[in-house]
Design a protein around this ligand. Structure first.
Ligand code: OSB
Ligand code: MG
Length: 369
């Protein structure tokens, strides 16, 4: 296989409701898609970066530039292109893992479509549907939070993740737990706390949470390990986990006992699978995180989450939880699950008309270095 042309598609997609976390509020996503045309057909990928560098260092514009200037030319120079080799070809570029993930995804999609193999099958998926939950942002009032959670529970979601931050932790949790005594509940701090929150975080044991996700800064592995010895609730890392090496380090240090795997944070589907494999071999449970993806990235996430080591519900909700209209077929909730696409590649089709209606900008990339 070889690349014939690459198009980067940038589209502003308003969220159905604003999403507030400890690092800020998002009202729309600055979506970047990678569209490759190869000698065997086309493929699509999604770069999960957001408009601002608030979740991590990467942001959409930076990813766009790095793709144009270095990543696409590196992959375009490969004459015997295979998705499995894309990661190594991009190794010279440090970081920009969401950009790399988007390009690798597009090449894999093209390769697997041509071969007639679904991404889930290629990755080693073992389920036809995956358990999912919903990640609920910080709301103006506790009443509004309880109301939102009630709406998602009515939709069918059986697991809810609440975003927490300093000033929005024990009280909102107490209210949601009182309203839903048996709901599978977990929290995510997006690295918003410092060491002085240790006692409060340990006290969250009273709420019977599935896990506490990323309370401290990404590099604070020792602090996470200290908290792990002080509370009964399992700790999960998100922002700290950038690769399989980071995963082994965090596990060896006792900084977490559960791992959130995100394709865009770790540089691609195949690194994500390596993290899954390491954790599976060590009997460490993993689950699939989300970055408010469109149907393209969602399809990849759902395929990944069909691997056997993904044992907690994924942060992959139905399309309607994010978008008034998705750019692919919608993912629809069935009970508290989503069906794994069975079609070749990602198994979804990008709707050019919807992209046009949304005012997408399509940019051809110069393939030469
Ligand atoms: O920390 O998991 C996170 C969204 C954007 C950035 C970071 C995170 C999230 C979510 C939403 O929690 C998950 C989703 O529904 O896509
Ligand atoms: Mg998180």
């Amino acid at each position: 296989m070889r690349l014939q042309s690459v198009e980067l598609v940038r589209v502003a997609m308003p969220l159905v409701r604003p999403f507030r976390t400890s690092f800020g509020v998002q009202e729309a996503r600055d979506v970047l898609l990678v569209h490759v045309i190869t000698d065997v057909g086309e493929g699509w990928g999604e770069c999960a970066a957001h408009a601002e560098p608030f979740y991590n260092e990467e942001f959409t514009e930076s990813a766009l530039l790095v793709l144009q200037r270095w990543l696409v030319p590196a992959v375009a120079s490969m004459t015997d292109l295979r998705g499995a080799d894309v990661g190594a070809a991009m190794q010279q570029v440090k970081g920009y893992r969401a950009a790399k993930a988007g390009l690798e995804m597009a090449v894999l999609d093209a390769e697997l479509r041509a071969a007639g193999v679904s991404l889930a099958t290629y990755l080693g998926g073992t389920r036809e549907a995956i358990d999912v939950g919903v990640s609920v942002g910080i709301t103006p009032t506790i009443d509004q939070l309880v109301e939102q959670v009630a709406g998602y529970v009515a939709d069918g979601y059986q697991r809810v993740k609440l975003k927490i931050m300093s000033g929005w932790d024990v009280l909102p949790l107490r209210a949601v737990r009182a309203a839903f005594p048996h709901l599978a509940l977990q929290v995510d701090a997006n690295a918003g706390y410092r060491a002085d929150a240790m006692d409060m975080l340990a006290s969250l044991d009273e709420f019977g949470l599935l896990m506490i996700e990323q309370p401290f800064a990404p590099e604070e592995l020792a602090l996470h390990a200290q908290l792990a010895t002080r509370c009964a609730t399992a700790l999960c890392l998100d922002e700290s986990i950038l690769s399989v090496v980071h995963t082994a380090m965090a596990l060896d240090m006792g900084a977490c006992s559960i791992v959130n795997i995100k394709v865009g944070r770790v540089g691609g589907l195949l690194e994500a699978r390596r993290i899954h494999d390491l954790c599976h071999a060590r009997t460490v449970p993993v689950w699939c995180g989300g970055m408010l993806e469109t149907g393209v990235g969602r399809a990849a996430n759902v395929a990944l989450a069909s691997l056997p080591g993904f044992v907690y519900p994924a942060d992959i909700s139905a399309s309607e939880r994010y978008w008034r209209r998705d750019i692919t077929e919608s993912f629809v909730l069935r009970g508290s699950t989503l069906a794994v696409p069975a079609g070749a590649g990602l198994g979804v089709t990008v709707d050019d008309e919807v992209l046009a209606e949304l005012g997408a900008r399509r940019m051809a990339v110069d393939l030469r270095e």
